[in-house]
Design a protein around this ligand. Sequence first.
Ligand code: GDP
Length: 432
Amino acid sequence: LPTVAIVGRPNVGKSTLVNRILGRREAVVEDIPGVTRDRISYEATWAGRRFMVQDTGGWEPDAKGLQQSVARQAQVAMNTADAIVVVVDATVGATSADEAVAKTLRRSKTPVILVANKVDNQKLEADAAELWSMGLGEPRMVSAAHGRGTGDLLDDILAVLPETPREGTGLTGGPRRVALVGKPNVGKSSLLNRLAGEERSVVHNVAGTTVDPVDSLVELGGKPWRFVDTAGLRRKVSNASGHEFYASLRTKGAIEAAEVAVMLIDASEPITEQDLRVISMVAEAGRALVIAYNKWDLVDEDRREMLEREIDREMVQVRWAQRVNISAQTGRAVQKLVPAMETALDSWDKRISTGRLNNWLKEVVAATPPPMRGGRLPRVLFATQASTRPPTFVLFTTGFLEAGYRRFLERKLREEFNFDGSPVRVNVRVRE
Ligand code: GDP
């Protein structure tokens, strides 16, 4: 994948910018001078394109001082990256260390993008404009902390990178990864065997390079799917493979390794705490979800009515999940699994353009404004989709939004853009 390197001296907000590009909300990393981080690369996506972000750490001054060390990092970036983003703190202006980097980068054949960071408001734009003097072209005005200008920056980065493959393709793409989860005896092995058998496909439990030996590669609907951590299932060594604690750790691992979880629930029995725990794991991990109610051959009218009531009551958190009623034993409706997984993954991958999103937001907020807080009406300024997998949105507001209103917006968002089968995250950023 093409790589963009982020360079700059300590405390200019490199890590915040990296997190912003990766679409991470929680981890606010601080540049702590004196703490060496190695160069770390992360995979990122923007507008459905994949690329690597290289966070050049190790910025503390060495014997020759900060300037030399920063300039050397820029040199490394020139040799290894396909584009370089230089971050400067607009509130401070260009320091001598920044000038040293600029001097190195002015000779660069690799495209260089200058970022004036911490431009949190319009007033600071004048300061930022002074950074033209660095001779690195137009300073892109950004507030990594608030998200201001980062979408445009990402567009600019993509524009200078060589071919960026589409999401879900290429080396690290490969078959979509599925976690088959559910409590013991719910029918996981039966389902996997049926899926593998029905399509008369080869199930490789290939030890070696491409497929992890604990995964199963199964061809379904003309495409390979990778069922993660299914070694024990296929052979069905035993269910005695442990305490619930280990079983649950394993489930968690499989969910995290997967893109979509197929959660089996025994439809012939009441929904249990254990079922709900696995469901929460999937939702928390932010994975696409298909709930398969298995053993449907054992479900009569009475049980069916009861089940629907249980679902209404217990499954509130995951109303968005795809649902299929199957029988692994008879094969009933098993063919509906693949379309359900595909729908869920499409939602999980979905990106809504900032334009569409904000047109929609304006209408919704005009029709139903947020409730007053402390005698003030919080204004919803704009929204942006920070990432996919799962779709994650950031709403910028002038004040706190009540949980009820946030849920309302999330529901409207789902109605408008259809994220069936995928969790959706909405984060609110309050700007002063
Ligand atoms: P696992 O522990 O989740 O892998 O569950 P298994 O696949 O081993 O299934 C446990 C038991 O449930 C076995 O006796 C299966 O034959 C049975 N079973 C699985 N699926 C169905 C189904 O759809 N209907 C019925 N009636 N029995 C099933």
